[in-house]
Design a protein around this ligand. Structure first.
Ligand SMILES: Nc1ncnc2c1ncn2[C@@H]1O[C@H](COP(=O)(O)OP(=O)(O)OP(=O)(O)O)[C@@H](O)[C@H]1O
Length: 799
């Protein structure tokens, strides 16, 4: 309850003023600040739940407990209230944000709809409010609640009121100690706290709401993704369904066509059966018809015989009657003779007619008999036909039965064949396995034989003399009929002191000696085993050593020489080994060592002596690579001819620059063989080197000068290095130095000479007396090589 401050207002510098309290639904405390219409100003503490304004008429405020005289105070209209609040310093408390009406009512003191605004508002720009009578009652205040006492809110006597602090006076405002205000403040504080807690709860809720919205949007995006996936899957499913549908449709159509075929076949069979049945029925019908006809004929014949009998009987009767008539009227005979004669004649004619008729009937009977016989024959024929048809029908039925049982027979035959094929495959696999094992054994044995023969072998070949060559040397072949391992050369004759001339014979033994009559085929037979070794994964080197014109090129590179024969054998052997699972890749290169430089004989002729080739070694794999050299894949025997002719052309072009190029350089044909066994996984890498060495004639003998001298020196050096390498390989212990690097030739052939390779040297001999000295030198060198033992060769294979 508001207690009237009766203290001297002037002492405190304030003037007492009436307080308007609207208990109950109003909850409003109005403090006059300025004089209104009735010179009264209010400070308004307003807590107005708008819903509680029930009616629209002005109200009379009175309080029995008020010290002020009860008065009737007309509340200003809301529109006027706004004006009022502009001028009032108003303490506004607003906890509700939902009622715009309230906001309007509270005037400019409200800051926002969701915030609590407690402020003492004072509009400095506003002038003193003039109370205006309520012109319109847009929102009149509600009537007081029943039973609630009204407290007068405004002083009726303006003269009692003293203006307090405003712009017209600086009189101090009174200090009130009103418990209702404290209570209201307490309530206000509690209410504020509650609102603040509500606000914080709301903030929390807002935050949660935001989070939830974020979660919802995330779930929505996930949902969208899932929907997209689902759509994708649906489209996939759709495609699959359409595919399934198409397949089903195809299957159905196939099934239908198959069913139709079966049905057609059945229908056909049925129609054939029906035809047969129909034929049978027809025959039966015809048979019956024939029977009927025969019956008819029989009946007719009986009728005819009866007619005949009757006629005969009639005739007899007629005759009897006539005779009786004749006897009876014999007396009348004379008178009636003419008539009787005429009658007799008539009767006779009738009889003749009857006889004629009888003959006709007889002939008809005969015809009917013939017809009957014909019909009987037809019947027999039809019966035969019926029997035939029945037999055909039976055959057809058997055929149907056979056809029905045919598929079973076929499947059993197929099973039988399959089983037999399986057996054959197993047998073939066994045979292949056996073959493979035999091949491995053969390779092993072959290698053992080669080892027994020695890894460096020397063979000698003496070329035949040409027609133009007149002075042959005395060369003999003592064991030509047996081993063919010896050659005997008779040295130059020497005259002794006694004047006798004698010549010493030098004998040389090699692995094989070929007399002048021997052919390239015979020579190749001896080396074919080594070629096979190259296929088996060994490095093989075959030299032709000898003086110029001794037949090196003829033996090595002629049309039926060792190179074409070796490659042909390799092709044939590679083909044969295919069935044992081997697949070979063959690459050929052809180089020349001239004046200690490498030249590519398969490259361009203008590059000879210009383009540098480099030799690279792979010590791990024991393989040599020629950089910048042309390598030709040998996919057929004809490629070898190409290689040889290109090499020969290049050499002949080079020969224009330096005379007799082929004699003055070493040529090396390198064939790389890489094999892979697709069954066992075994891999072999072998190299076949076929070397045509330069002429081995000695320097002093050739009397060379200038460029020729340099060539000869280089040749001699490289040949001497070759001898050194072979010597070192034969004498040195494993791992000791072998001077491969001393010449380009030995460097190139590093991995084809020595422990890991098989070497064959042909020493070529000229049959001429003039070349005897060179022949003996060559034979001595060859003997030296022959006496060298090189360690066991190792196969270049990988599992
Ligand atoms: N076994 C042989 N049968 C028939 N003719 C041969 C035989 N060996 C060599 N000739 C012929 O002898 C001649 C010289 O042979 P070839 O050119 O092969 O000797 P070369 O040692 O290679 O000489 P160069 O070192 O000069 O190349 C050629 O005409 C060749 O046809």
């Amino acid at each position: 309850m508001i207690k009237r401050e009766d203290a001297d207002p002037k002492a405190k510098g304030v003037q007492p003023f009436p307080i308007s309290i609207n208990p109950g639904p109003w909850d409003s405390l109005r403090i006059p600040k300025r004089p209104s219409r009735n010179n009264c100003m209010y400070t308004c503490l307003d807590v107005p739940p708008m819903a509680l304004f029930p009616s629209s008429h002005s109200r009379t405020v009175s309080s029995p407990s008020s010290p002020f005289p009860a008065s009737t105070q007309e509340e200003p209209a809301y529109g006027d209230y706004d004006e009022l609040s502009n001028g009032f310093g108003a303490l506004n408390l607003n906890a509700s944000s939902t009622e715009p009406h309230d906001r309007r009512r509270l005037g400019r003191g409200y800051a926002s709809s969701k915030s609590l605004d407690i402020s003492l508002k004072s509009n400095p720009s506003s002038s003193l409010p003039r109370a205006t009578p309520a012109k319109s009652m847009r929102h009149p205040p509600p009537p007081p609640a029943r039973g609630v006492a009204r407290t007068p809110t405004r002083a009726q006597t303006p003269q009692e009121l003293t203006p307090f602090l405003n712009r017209f006076t600086n009189v101090r405002a009174p200090v009130y100690d009103d418990p209702r205000v404290s209570e209201l403040e307490a309530k206000f504080n509690a209410f504020t706290q509650q609102i603040q807690s509500n606000m914080s709860t709301q903030d929390n809720l807002n935050t949660k709401n935001t989070e939830l919205e974020a979660t919802v949007s995330r779930y929505r995006s996930m949902l969208d993704e899932e929907k997209a996936k689902l759509d994708e899957q649906k489209s996939d499913m759709k495609e699959l369904k359409s595919l399934l549908k198409a397949t089903t449709k195809e299957l159905d159509s196939l099934r239908k066509s198959h069913y139709d075929e079966i049905e057609d076949f059945k229908r056909k069979q049925r129609s054939e059966m029906q035809d047969l049945q129909f034929g049978n029925d027809q025959i039966r019908r015809e048979k019956e018809e024939f029977k009927e006809k025969i019956e008819k004929l029989k009946t007719r014949t009986e009728e005819l015989s009866e007619i005949e009998k009757k006629l005969k009987h009639d005739l007899e009767e007629e005759r009897g009657k006539r005779l009786r008539d004749t006897q009876g009227v014999q007396e009348e005979y004379a008178a009636k003779l003419r008539n009787a004669g005429l009658d007799a004649e008539t009767k006779q004619r009738e009889a003749q007619l009857l006889q004629g008729e009888l003959i006709n009937i007889k002939s008809e009977l005969d015809r009917e008999r013939t017809l009957k016989n014909g019909l009987q024959a037809q019947l027999t024929e039809s019966t035969t036909l019926a029997l035939t048809l029945e037999a055909a029908n039976k055959a057809m039925k058997e055929k149907i039965h056979f056809l029905e049982s045919d598929s079973q027979a076929q499947s059993s035959a197929f099973n039988d064949l399959h089983a037999r094929m399986q057996e054959a495959i197993e047998v073939a696999a066994l045979a292949n396995e056996k073959l493979r094992q035999e091949e491995m054994l053969r390779r092993k044995l072959h290698n053992q034989v080669q080892e027994l023969k020695g890894n460096i072998r020397v063979m000698c070949r003496v070329r035949p003399t040409h027609a133009s060559e007149t002075e042959p040397a005395n060369i003999a072949f003592p064991d030509a009929d047996t081993d063919s391992k010896e050659v005997a050369v008779q040295g130059p004759g020497r005259t002794s002191a006694l004047g006798t001339t004698s010549a010493q014979t030098y004998s040389y033994g090699f692995d094989r000696v070929f007399a002048p009559s021997s052919q390239n085929a015979e020579v190749f037979d001896e080396i074919s085993q080594l070629v096979q070794s190259a296929l088996d994964g060994y490095n093989v080197c075959i030299f032709c050593y000898g003086q110029t014109g001794s037949g090196k090129t003829f033996t090595m590179s002629s049309d039926d020489g060792m190179i074409p024969r070796a490659t042909a054998q390799i092709y044939a052997e590679a083909k044969r080994l295919e069935e044992k699972g081997w697949r070979y890749k063959m690459e050929g290169s052809f180089v020349e060592v001239y004046n200690e430089t490498y030249n590519d004989l398969l490259g361009r002729s203008e590059d000879i002596d210009k383009k540098k080739l480099e030799v690279r070694h792979d010590p791990a794999k024991k393989q040599t690579t020629l950089e910048n050299a042309v390598t030709v894949e040998l996919d057929g025997p004809s490629r070898v001819e190409e290689i040889l002719s290109r090499a020969s052309k290049n050499r002949s072009v080079a020969a224009t620059k330096a005379n007799m190029r082929s004699s003055r350089s070493h040529s090396v044909f390198i064939l790389k063989l890489v094999g892979q066994n697709t069954i066992t996984g075994e891999r072999s890498e072998g190299t076949l080197n076929l070397v045509d060495l330069a002429g081995s004639e000695r320097l002093e003998h050739s009397r060379a000068e200038g460029a020729r001298l340099k060539e000869t020196q280089n040749i001699n050096k490289s040949l001497s290095c070759l001898g050194d390498v072979i010597n070192a390989l034969g004498s040195a212990k494993e791992g000791s130095h072998v001077p491969y690097r001393n010449s380009k030739l030995t460097y190139l052939l590093q991995y084809s000479l020595g422990g890991n390779s098989k070497t064959l040297m042909f020493v070529m001999v000229s049959p001429l007396q003039a070349h005897l000295q060179e022949t003996v030198t060559s034979l001595k060198f060859a003997t030296k090589v022959h006496n060298t033992h090189i360690g066991t060769a190792k196969k270049q294979t990988r599992a």
